[in-house]
Structure formats: structure tokens, C-alpha cells
Design a protein around this ligand. Structure first.
Ligand code: HEC
Length: 115
């Protein structure tokens, strides 16, 4: 009986500890994967990591501010575009910030190349 109680207490303690340690990691991974998921749609035209293989401009190593400003101007129609205005119309301000943050930190953190 006693060992059973101890076993139970140990188990709930272990689960509690695992949750306390893992939850912030999972929450962070969720946010990252949302930013990544939104940003991967850009690769079709702007290339993997935003390095364009063709005539579409590269967005690699642009700052988050530059990308956010460009996307909002495309969306508002204040910046001329053939494609981007239509593409970016579906994104909310929050999503634009996530995308801009993703590409803005890509240069230094993910690939390790300085501007
Ligand atoms: C269907 C192809 C396509 C997709 C998908 C696309 N873009 Fe573009 N992007 C373009 C083209 C083409 C331009 C040049 C402006 C224009 O004509 O629309 C451009 C321009 C830009 C520019 C300005 C670059 C500069 O140097 O002036 C930024 C920033 C940009 N795109 C970001 C993004 C982001 C972020 C995504 C993903 C959310 C994305 N684009 C998805 C085709 C695309």
C-alpha cells in the first residue's frame, strides 16, 4: 500500500515536471512553425531561404522592418506590383509580422551569415 502511494506521487511529480519543462518548448515550437509555415509559401517564387534563382527579387537578408513595410504597401496598393498585391491580401497584420520576423532573422540566425 505504501509503495503504491509513493509510486503514484512519484509519477504525478514526474509528469508535472515534464509538463513544466516541455510546455514552453512546445509553445515556442508552435509559434515558430506558424511563422515558418506562412513563410514557406514565399519560397515558390522567392527561392529557398528567400534566395531567388531567377528574375524575382531575393528577399534574403532584408530586415524584418523592410519586409513588413513592403508587404503592407503591396497589400494597401501603395506600392506597384504584378503579383505581390494579390498574394499578400490574404494576410493579417499579425501574419505579416510573423513572416517578416522569420525572414528578418533568417540571415543571421538560421544560416549564420552576417549582413
Ligand atoms: C507568385 C509569386 C510570388 C510569391 C508566392 C511571393 N512573391 Fe514576393 N514578389 C514577387 C514578385 C513578382 C515581386 C516583384 C513585385 C511584383 O511585381 O509583384 C515580389 C516582391 C517582393 C518583395 C519586394 C522585394 C524588393 O526587393 O523590392 C518582398 C519583400 C516580397 N516580395 C516578399 C514576399 C513574401 C514575404 C512572400 C510570402 C508571404 C512573397 N513575397 C510571396 C512574387 C512572389
Amino acid at each position: 500500500m505504501k509503495s503504491c502511494n509513493l509510486n503514484k506521487r512519484l509519477r504525478s511529480c514526474l509528469i508535472g515536471t515534464a509538463c513544466a519543462v516541455l510546455l514552453p518548448v512546445i509553445a515556442q515550437a508552435d509559434e515558430l512553425s506558424r511563422a515558418a509555415m506562412l513563410s514557406y509559401t514565399c519560397a515558390g517564387c522567392h527561392g529557398t531561404n528567400g534566395i531567388s534563382p531567377g528574375s524575382i527579387p531575393s528577399i534574403y537578408c532584408k530586415t524584418a522592418d523592410t519586409i513588413e513595410k513592403a508587404l503592407k504597401e503591396y497589400r494597401d496598393g501603395t506600392r506597384f506590383s504584378t503579383v505581390m498585391g494579390r498574394h499578400v491580401k490574404g494576410y493579417t497584420d499579425d501574419e505579416i509580422q510573423l513572416i517578416a520576423g522569420f525572414f528578418g532573422t533568417y540571415c543571421n540566425e538560421k544560416i549564420g551569415i552576417k549582413k
